[in-house]
Ligand binder design. Structure first.
Ligand SMILES: Cc1ncc(COP(=O)(O)O)c(C=O)c1O
Length: 451
């Protein structure tokens, strides 16, 4: 895409614009979507339970649950056996690689499944570590989840690699891009950075960062765990060397997903047992894969494909890749509305202090994940009280360990985090704000001051 080289990654690409007509904006559409997720009808104390813990893990559609059960009923076998169940299992695994490749815009042999993002990242960082010498440099950021920091720090200890830190601008919790540029040099080998913050929702301009890293010959390792449920991902457009995400954060089972450029996955020596394949993706998929979870992920992609065709404007003739991209574009449009509404509602709660991007004109620079403190309350107590009121939220540091420390909140319990995904209803935002306002009121029955 000539001409937009320096645009941040959140600028709409032409393909996203072409599909962004779709959204899940009407009540009927949202009801149809919610009906796909059995967990969303859970009742609690006579009301509907509100899942605002998406950043910790999302709920799954019926297709996913059915695919897991179907695998265990019919296709439960180990890899590469000379009998039908094993062949069926292998066909499901191959199909899932293809669907995951379509989800991120890659080739099937550029996708490897693993236990979770953290394990995959340790595997890749260790393999890269084998090629590094003392004095080589790796860049990490204070906005990242520790799963994209600690594996690189281990190389400092073990191989004398120098870790360079990129800080944040505390006022809006965005990356210090000038600092990032300064941290790059002739010995930079890897830039490890997140696509979106799992704490405050900031979206990083990844394409720009990849260009900067490549200009000094470094590889990029992008953590897309928090971005994956919210927006389309196109690894070819981002040009990143690696990208990781976790299906359980985007409506799938507990699993990790690694993308690597074919030549990178080939050239690195993976830690593997000798009889295992020594070509990608098998060389990266340590041990026996969780077939039922991977079958479930195929169910999730089936759901997203349906979403893209039904609400995203992708017709029956669209390819799976186009339908998945249309689904994620529709999700992005829908969530934009949720994010604006949440900003306004949370902004009206007395004593609530939001961190991160709060300017509604910058809404496209964030996903609808919000972290805040409430005056007079410990984050854990806010989460506990909301939990009793039937609203699931998170508290603490959610392993955004460096960010919480940089904001000076590590000793006071971090922050409360609420996250919205496409299946959340606007009413849930109002209800959250009402409950918080009631808790914030000095006369509230549950105010900590009155306990
Ligand atoms: C942004 C981000 N990166 C990485 C991880 C770690 O993912 P996993 O649990 O798959 O190891 C998480 C999990 O919360 C996350 O939110």
């Amino acid at each position: 895409m000539p001409g937009d080289r320096h645009l941040p990654a959140h600028s709409a690409s032409s393909r996203e614009t072409a599909t962004s007509a779709g959204s899940i904006g009407t009540r009927e559409a949202l009801a149809t979507v919610r009906a796909q997720f059995p967990a969303l009808s859970r009742q609690y104390r006579g009301g509907v339970y509100s899942y605002l813990d998406g950043p910790g893990g999302t709920q799954v559609p019926r297709r996913t649950i059915g695919a897991i059960a179907g695998y265990l009923e019919r296709s439960n076998a180990n890899h590469d056996g000379a009998f039908p169940t094993s062949e069926e299992s292998d066909a499901i695994l191959a199909e899932a690689h293809g669907a995951a490749a379509d989800f991120v815009g890659a080739r099937p042999d550029e996708i490897a499944f693993g236990q979770n993002m953290t394990s995959l990242t340790f595997a890749v960082s260790r393999a890269i570590g084998r090629t590094l010498r003392a004095g080589d440099e790796v860049v990490v950021t204070r906005l990242d989840h520790d799963a994209n920091i600690a594996p690189w720090l281990a190389l400092e200890e073990e191989r004398g690699v120098v870790v360079r830190w990129v800080g944040i601008r505390a006022a809006d919790c965005t990356l210090d891009l000038a600092g990032l540029e300064r941290s790059l040099g002739p010995r930079t080998r890897v830039v490890a950075v997140g696509l979106a913050s799992n704490a405050v929702g900031t979206i990083n301009p990844i394409r720009h960062i990849v260009e900067m890293a490549h200009s000094v010959g470094a590889w990029t390792y992008v953590d897309a765990v928090h971005a994956a449920p919210h927006r389309p991902i196109d690894v070819a457009e981002l040009d990143t060397d690696f990208l990781v995400c976790s299906p359980y954060k985007f409506f799938g089972p507990h699993l990790g997903l690694l993308y690597g450029k074919r030549e990178r996955l080939e050239q690195l020596a993976a830690y593997r047992v000798r009889p295992a394949p020594d070509v990608p993706p098998g060389k990266w998929e340590t041990g026996t894969l969780p077939g039922e979870a991977i079958a479930g992920l195929l169910g999730t992609f089936g759901y997203l494909e349906w979403l893209g065709r039904t609400f995203g404007g992708a017709g029956d003739a669209a390819t799976r890749r186009e339908a998945l991209a249309a689904a994620m574009a529709a999700i992005r449009v829908t969530e934009r509305g949720l994010a604006l509404r949440a900003l306004a509602a949370l902004g009206g709660v007395p004593g609530l202090r939001l961190r991160g991007i709060v300017d509604p004109t910058r809404i496209d620079e964030r996903v609808p994940t919000f972290a805040f403190t409430l005056a007079g309350w410990k984050p854990r107590d806010v989460a506990g009280e909301l939990g009793r009121r039937g609203i699931a939220v998170w508290d603490g540091d959610y392993y955004a360990f460096e960010l919480i420390r940089a904001l000076g909140l590590a000793d006071s319990g971090g922050m409360v985090r609420v996250g919205f995904v496409h299946y959340n209803e606007p009413d849930e935002i109002e209800r959250l704000a009402e409950e918080l306002s009631e808790m914030a009121s000095p006369t509230a029955a549950h105010s900590p001051a009155r306990r």
